[in-house]
Design a protein around this ligand. Structure first.
Ligand SMILES: Cc1cc2nc3c(=O)[nH]c(=O)nc-3n(C[C@H](O)[C@H](O)[C@H](O)COP(=O)(O)OP(=O)(O)OC[C@H]3O[C@@H](n4cnc5c(N)ncnc54)[C@H](O)[C@@H]3O)c2cc1C
Length: 292
């Protein structure tokens, strides 16, 4: 399979990228290409031109800014997983990066591409959702911030306009006694997309009661989603087995999985309940260990 009749353009700065986006008809942004090139080959996407952004330094790196972590859109999955900041402060991201694809893909696949693709089984979106993250997007007109919970609109459809580029994912610094974890099920250990994934983020007070909670699901609905009832079930109480089961039941009720070669809808629903318990317990453990 080949990608045919596509012109490749390279932008070295944001201004160059916006000029190309403005000038070229039917152009698509190319980052690592691990989603887009496959989509072009199988005919799921089409484009006359590709604008490679890989040389734009402003989109690279992880930095602390105004109490937030700013993860540049071009950060690769390997770089994200190897970051000392992530290892220390956001280990939930490693739960995802360590399971995604294979090292060859992780070396080129970017965080921005994983989010903009808006594929239901993508691993990073549910994790960023429980971290209360947002994205910054930029066009030649300026910049705007979009909370991640309103970014995903449908399968492969986001709030990004065609003249905009995703520049960074912004993760607020977690409070003390906060822990998060991601549990995913796939058919193999390597190079296998998620059949279902559940992320949990929990903040506790000094008495061990939950003061804020977010639980999100991946691969079991058209977009990554928050489980609306989880907060009501969890907040104000310690985490016990009964709470884990009730959140699992709420997650199973909230999702709308598909049935495909990787698993039936009933199977996916069932494992969502199990994964919810695992993610909650690991989040609790991490909250007790977090550096402040
Ligand atoms: C064999 C294989 C296994 C995989 N396994 C997994 C897995 O386990 N888990 C998982 O989550 N994913 C998996 N993927 C999917 C893919 O690797 C990721 O989604 C990856 O993060 C996409 O990033 P990219 O840089 O390659 O994006 P690209 O393919 O370059 O782009 C993807 C889309 O995003 C747009 N885009 C990219 N960057 C920007 C930006 N900064 N601003 C605006 N638009 C942008 C592009 O125009 C395109 O529409 C797998 C892919 C392959 C081929």
């Amino acid at each position: 399979m080949f990608v045919s009749n596509v012109e490749l353009h390279e932008a070295c700065t944001m201004d160059e990228a916006f000029a190309l986006m403005d000038r070229l008809e039917d152009a698509r942004i190319l980052a690592g290409g691990t989603d887009l090139l496959v989509d072009l080959k199988v005919g799921r996407a089409s484009a006359c031109s590709l604008i490679s952004i890989k040389r734009i330094d402003a989109l690279k790196g992880i930095a602390e800014r105004d109490g937030d972590w700013r993860i540049g859109a071009l950060t690769t999955i390997t770089e994200l997983g190897a970051s000392e900041c992530v290892k220390t402060h956001l280990p939930v991201l490693i739960d995802a990066t360590s399971k995604m694809a294979a090292p060859q893909i992780r070396n080129v696949a970017t965080v921005g591409g994983n989010i903009v693709s808006a594929v239901p089984c993508a691993d990073l979106p549910p994790v960023f959702l429980v971290l209360n993250a947002g994205v910054t997007v930029q066009s030649s007109e300026g910049e705007r911030c979009i909370p991640l919970d309103s970014f995903f609109q449908h399968v492969r459809k986001t709030a990004l306009r065609s003249d905009e580029m995703l520049t960074a994912i912004v993760v607020p610094k977690p409070p003390d006694r906060f822990g998060a974890a991601y549990a995913r099920f796939s058919l193999r250990d390597g190079n296998s997309i998620a059949v279902a994934g559940v992320a949990a983020g929990l903040e506790f007070n000094e008495r061990g009661e939950i003061v804020s909670a977010r639980v999100s699901l991946g691969a079991v609905s058209p977009t990554p989603m928050l489980v609306a009832d989880a907060e009501d079930i969890l907040v104000g109480n310690p985490l016990d087995d009964d709470a884990c089961v009730r959140v699992g039941d709420a997650a199973m009720g909230a999702c709308s999985p598909i049935c495909d070669v990787r698993g039936s809808d009933a199977f996916r629903r069932e494992i969502v309940g199990i994964l919810a318990g695992r993610a909650l317990r690991l989040a609790q453990q991490r909250a007790m260990e977090t550096p402040s």
